[in-house]
Ligand binder design. Structure first.
Ligand code: CTP
Length: 396
């Protein structure tokens, strides 16, 4: 696995001669493990065809803001949410000026305006354009607004000039992107996260469970590991790939999850309970497959232990953060859970919405703590995970 493993990168290509290097950049990003989509400005298509980038990226190339067919497949807002990172390479002087002005009259500009993901720019232009005050001012402004500026390099240019303004080589761009995913905000800290559903056995072939996919918990574990934490993920049954740099402990039932959590919690500074733990289990496990007959079947259930409440009651408790999956009155229910389980924060989402929550790749949450309630915007689960990890790291 490469250094950008499982990252979703939207490569924006604007209209400069360095656009031919974008084809190689797609490959280099993929070699580093990223999945890549490409968005091009109209001017970029004068330098390189969408077909080339489509063939290399394995995905349709996004070019039109106002094409209803393309927007229906994956519009600018979906793209903005899909991406963990936007890289515009090459970024022309004109494109950067438009970013400063907040313009959105082509698809790539609209995605840049809409996304909550970080944006990296690899400027490429003639050395005279690079040295102009207007370009310098625009770059200062973009840096202040949190854009990452990669390069440019110095050297001979397509126009025959020599000087600064050459786009960084694709491999140098990939190397410059890697640290963006590994901040050190949780270096030296241990984080334990529960994720996925639990399964409560009825007999050897049947169980009670729920629809949790585990995606949010896994995304949090990836974000915590990226932030430098010693990360432990206690996971119920899911179909997800084990994350890199994370100690994964697979469990089945709520009682297994409690046992694994208590074993992992020593020296832990942050515990996040994102698992959808079954509140009840069958009172009696039948060790032979139950045979049907004509009468109704009654299943007596008993309460499972509350894992997060157990952690919150430990004498040496970590910062303890729970989830609340609600269908109404989000903030009020979340606050009740915060108090009832003595949590430090609750992340609440509305599971009645089909566009977020269980099984979806997007989520929109409220972060509720003792200080108040913060509404975070709708975004991809991995973007949201990074944002939540940086907010929770701030509380440690
Ligand atoms: N949780 C837990 N152990 C349980 C049940 C829940 O650790 N046995 C944790 C979840 O991981 C989540 C939070 O508690 O962080 C959810 O709280 P809970 O009260 O169980 O949520 P619901 O089941 O949705 O509550 P209710 O049925 O009261 O709405």
């Amino acid at each position: 696995m490469g250094s950008l493993a499982n990252k979703r990168i939207l490569l924006g290509v604007t209209g400069g001669i360095a656009a031919y290097k974008s084809a190689d950049l797609v490959r280099r990003l993929q070699d580093a493990g990223a999945s890549v989509r490409v968005a091009m400005t109209p001017a970029a298509m004068e330098f390189i065809t969408p077909l080339t980038l489509q063939a290399l990226s394995g995905n349709p190339v996004h070019t039109d803001l106002l094409d209803t067919g393309a927007e229906a497949a994956m519009g600018h807002i979906e793209l903005a949410r899909w991406a963990d990172l936007l890289v515009v390479a090459p970024a022309t002087a004109d494109f950067m000026a438009k970013l400063v002005a907040g313009e959105a009259d082509n698809l790539l500009l609209a995605v840049c305006l809409a996304t909550a993901a970080p944006i990296a720019l690899a400027p490429a232009m003639n050395q005279g354009m690079w040295r102009k005050d207007s370009t310098t001012d625009n770059l200062d402004c973009l840096r202040k607004r949190g854009f990452y500026i990669l390069g440019p390099a110095d050297g001979s240019q397509a126009c025959g000039d020599i000087g600064p303004g050459r786009m960084l080589e694709p491999l140098a761009i990939v190397e410059a992107l890697e640290p963006l995913f590994s901040t050190a905000i949780l270096a030296g800290k241990k984080v334990v996260i529960t994720a996925g559903p639990t399964r409560e056995a009825i007999d050897p072939v049947r169980y009670i469970s729920n629809h949790s996919s585990g995606k949010m918990g896994y995304a949090l574990a990836i974000a915590a590991a990226e932030a430098g934490a010693d990360t432990w993920l206690i996971s119920g049954p899911t179909n997800l790939q084990p994350p890199e740099r994370v100690t994964l402990i697979r469990v089945t039932s709520a009682r297994d999850m409690l046992e694994a959590t208590l074993a992992a919690i020593t020296d832990c500074q942050l515990f996040i309970g994102s698992a959808a733990v079954a509140d009840y289990r069958p009172k009696c496990y039948v060790d032979q497959k139950i045979k049907k007959d004509d009468s109704a079947m009654l299943l007596e259930l008993e309460r499972n232990p509350d894992i997060i409440a157990t952690v919150a009651n430990l004498p040496q408790r970590p910062l303890t953060v729970g989830f609340a999956a609600e269908t109404s009155d989000l903030a009020a229910h979340a606050r009740k859970k915060l108090d009832a389980k003595k949590l430090d924060a609750v992340i609440a989402n509305d599971v009645s919405r089909s566009d977020i929550g269980f099984n979806s790749d997007n989520n929109q949450v409220l972060l509720v703590d003792r200080e108040g309630t913060e509404e975070l915007p709708l975004m991809g689960k991995s973007q949201l995970a990074r944002l939540l990890i940086s907010k929770l790291a701030g509380k440690l």
